[in-house]
Design a protein around this ligand. Structure first.
Ligand SMILES: Nc1ncnc2c1ncn2[C@@H]1O[C@H](COP(=O)(O)OP(=O)(O)OP(=O)(O)O)[C@@H](O)[C@H]1O
Length: 295
């Protein structure tokens, strides 16, 4: 009898727990019901300014009226559920979406006041000024040296060997890779570990002296130690560069960024100082996301 009662109690306790959890879960809102962005999407010393940005893949709209500034030497993290448009928005910032035929970008997007969608603007120098590091490290099938020297060569930054050597060394140092590779600069870049390859890709981006670095989930293919190295590096890089990073990891956003932008269903819901977003979010959707309560 006693044993049955204690089983009943345990079952009841479990049911109560499930009920409370269910009450905590919130339903996905209708995209049409979300209006505007709360917090501080705009800053005074903006390096890049985006206003009324709408993005379509053929007929399907992926980004709705997004307005956001990225301040000089700031690290802005973009977070949100899968498919909310983080990567699409990031790729607008150096016209990477131009490579997708069905993608249309509308709105105003400027770099230091210059319209980056001006039809007269050449995207090659734009992509040097606004460099990009991808999810999966993608070194060229060339030596470590040539990976880093590639950009300066094609952009004609220097024709002199000594200067190129200097750019390669400085870029590898800034990417915290120099000590690990200085004795094998002519070995293939693809022979490095995943974390080293990603730092090589960062060195390659830095080598053309970008002003802004876009990072699209730069650590998602890396182990925790390699991830920690890249996160440390992001903090160092922010002294000289402006950085926008898309990440699935809320811990990573909290560790590396100054401001965090929360996207949901293609809308920018909240932008605030990172500490505020993770400790005292202004919008209920942000709170639901960071506490893992989406149904
Ligand atoms: N090349 C494409 N063609 C058509 N639709 C696309 C394309 N790329 C993205 N989309 C759609 O646009 C929306 C936003 O996708 P996006 O990849 O920007 O989201 P995300 O937040 O970065 O997602 P994830 O976190 O899963 O990478 C999604 O509905 C996606 O299916």
């Amino acid at each position: 009898m006693e044993a049955t009662a204690s089983v009943d109690n345990a079952v009841q306790a479990e049911e109560n727990k499930l009920k409370t959890m269910k009450e905590d879960v919130i339903e996905q809102p209708n995209v049409d019901d979300i209006e505007g962005t709360v917090g501080t999407p705009f800053v005074e010393n903006a390096k890049m300014s985006m206003r009324d940005v709408n993005v379509f893949y053929a007929e399907k709209q992926a980004i709705f009226n997004v307005g956001l500034d990225i301040g000089k030497n700031e690290v802005v993290a973009m977070i949100g559920p899968s498919g909310c448009g983080k990567s699409t928005f990031l790729r607008c910032l150096n016209r990477m979406n131009d490579t997708i035929d069905i993608c249309r970008v509308q709105g105003s997007l400027t770099l230091e006041g210059q319209d980056i969608y001006d039809p007269k603007l050449d995207v090659v120098p734009l992509r040097a000024r606004v460099g990009m590091v991808f999810q999966k490290p993608n070194p060229f099938p060339k030596s470590i040296y040539d990976n880093v020297a590639y950009g300066p060569r094609i952009h004609g930054l220097t024709g002199r060997k000594a200067e190129l050597d200097e750019i390669v060394e400085t870029s590898l140092r800034k990417a915290s890779l120099w000590e690990e590779v200085k004795d094998r600069l002519h070995a293939p870049g693809t022979g490095l570990s995943g974390g080293q390859q990603q730092r090589l890709c960062i060195a390659r981006t830095i080598a053309v002296s970008p002003e802004v670095i876009l990072m699209d989930e730069p650590c998602s293919a890396l182990d925790p130690i390699a991830t920690a190295k890249i996160e440390e590096l992001i903090a160092e890089l922010s002294e000289n560069f402006t950085i926008a990073i898309v990440t699935h990891s809320m811990q990573q956003a909290a560790r590396v960024s100054n401001r965090t932008a929360y996207f949901h269903l293609g809308k920018l819901i909240e932008v605030n100082d990172t500490e505020k977003v993770f400790t005292n979010p202004e919008h209920e959707l942000t709170e639901a996301y960071i506490t893992g309560r989406f149904g």
